[in-house]
Design a protein around this ligand. Structure first.
Ligand code: ATP
Ligand code: MG
Length: 374
């Protein structure tokens, strides 16, 4: 999948911007705070119907504006598709494909496979399990729209069940038949989610091993492992067993919303033992496995957004990573860096085609287009 044209109106620091992109490597440079990350986040938005950084749109509208628009022209082989996101404050988000409005946003997920790699990904290692579930969910959702539907419904029922438990806390009366209905529904959606997460981690593990050894160049064993209570016991039983506890806690204490993915380095949790370099390699391997799986399953190369790559790696490692990207037959890539010449030199040395952009004065200027075919 390849983005040829992007048009942004009122997204974060941008007023109005038009860009034409290179089919392989797009290098985005500019000083701190100029809008490099915002530019690639707008691309992510078109793929996944939301920002990678802000889960709510409140902070995405350019200050003092109340609508925003992001539109892109994409090409995949001979197919062309235009996608537009039109968002007004306090109104439902509208997404259009070839000018036709989607009935549900979820129907769009998967059409433009996208993988973002950003400094924020360190949170996958350090933060709570929610970040890790989001990672696995965003991988599966891009492949399986039924999964996303189950996830949405699971979360909806979970909120209702929690509300029922809260109400019980206040007035001490509990509608058991309603609780049974919620439990049945949670089990239906939860079992699907659990099965798909199990499958995905199984599929991802060997790809991850290969990526990790390519990135780090050594043989230490890193691993990912899916942890879910549903693996050891039927979900219906778990819910029943924890009912009394849930009534005291006034929330649902068991289910796939408690799942986690554990990251290991030689049998120890990487969070505690991994050096910074190992942790960075781990995250890169994880994200590139996501890329590989989306690619293999959909027969479509996802767009890769690499934010602040030098925050992750030194010059030699960046060079190593970029040749690795080329090795794994990457499609279109967007890379941000603060220094104009640092990336340019690497790409010139590797003799790869690219376009170089500079973000300045809330606009994006093309500086050079280096293409062998020109
Ligand atoms: N909703 C908004 N309206 C206007 N400006 C915004 C909005 N949200 C963010 N900004 C501005 O966008 C800029 C940050 O942009 P971005 O994070 O893309 O910078 P960057 O070029 O990636 O910087 P760095 O090199 O530090 O990563 C900041 O100046 C911030 O004030
Ligand atoms: Mg940035």
């Amino acid at each position: 999948m390849e983005l040829t044209k992007l048009h942004i109106v009122n997204y974060k620091n941008y007023g109005e911007v038009h860009c034409d992109f290179h089919r392989h490597f797009n290098l985005i440079t500019g000083l701190n705070g100029k809008g490099k990350t915002n530019l690639i986040d707008a691309i992510y938005y078109l793929g996944l119907t939301r920002s990678y950084f802000n889960h709510s749109d409140t902070h995405n509208f350019k200050h003092d504006t109340d609508f925003m628009r992001i539109a892109g022209n994409f090409v995949s082989g001979k197919k062309k598709v235009s996608i537009a996101a039109k968002i007004k404050k306090k109104s439902p988000k509208v997404f259009e494909k070839n000018k036709k409005k989607y009935e549900k946003l979820a129907d769009h997920i998967g059409l433009i496979p996208t993988v973002m790699i950003a400094p924020k990904d360190q949170q996958l290692i350090y933060e709570g399990s929610e970040e890790r579930r989001r990672f696995i969910d965003s991988t599966i959702s891009q492949l399986d729209s039924t999964y996303l539907q189950h996830l949405i419904e699971y979360n909806y029922v979970l909120r209702q069940r929690n509300q029922l438990l809260k109400d019980y806390g206040k007035n001490r009366s509990l509608d058991l038949s309603l609780l049974d209905i919620y439990d049945k529904s949670l089990v239906e959606h939860g079992n699907y989610i659990h099965a798909k997460r199990t499958e995905m981690i199984l599929e991802m593990t060997p790809v991850f091993h290969e990526m990790y050894s390519k990135i780090s160049g050594n043989s230490e064993v890193c691993d990912i492992q899916y942890k879910s209570k549903l693996t050891d016991q039927p979900f219906a039983e778990l819910l029943l067993e924890s009912r009394e506890k849930d009534k005291i806690l006034q929330r649902t204490s068991t289910g796939v919303h408690k799942d986690d993915i554990k990251f290991f380095n030689e049998e120890n949790m990487i969070r505690y033992v991994g050096s910074q370099g190992q942790q960075k390699s781990f995250i890169l391997a994880l994200k590139l496995s996501q890329y590989e799986i989306l690619h293999l399953r959909q027969n479509e190369k996802p767009i890769i957004l690499l934010d602040d790559i030098f925050d992750k790696l030194d010059g030699n490692r960046v060079m190593h990573l970029i040749s690795l990207l080329k090795d794994i037959d990457i499609g279109q890539v967007f890379i941000t860096d603060t220094e104009l010449n640092r990336l340019r030199l690497i790409f010139e040395e590797l003799k790869y085609d690219f376009s170089l952009f500079e973000v300045k004065d809330d606009n994006v200027h093309i500086i050079s287009l280096k293409d062998k075919e020109e």
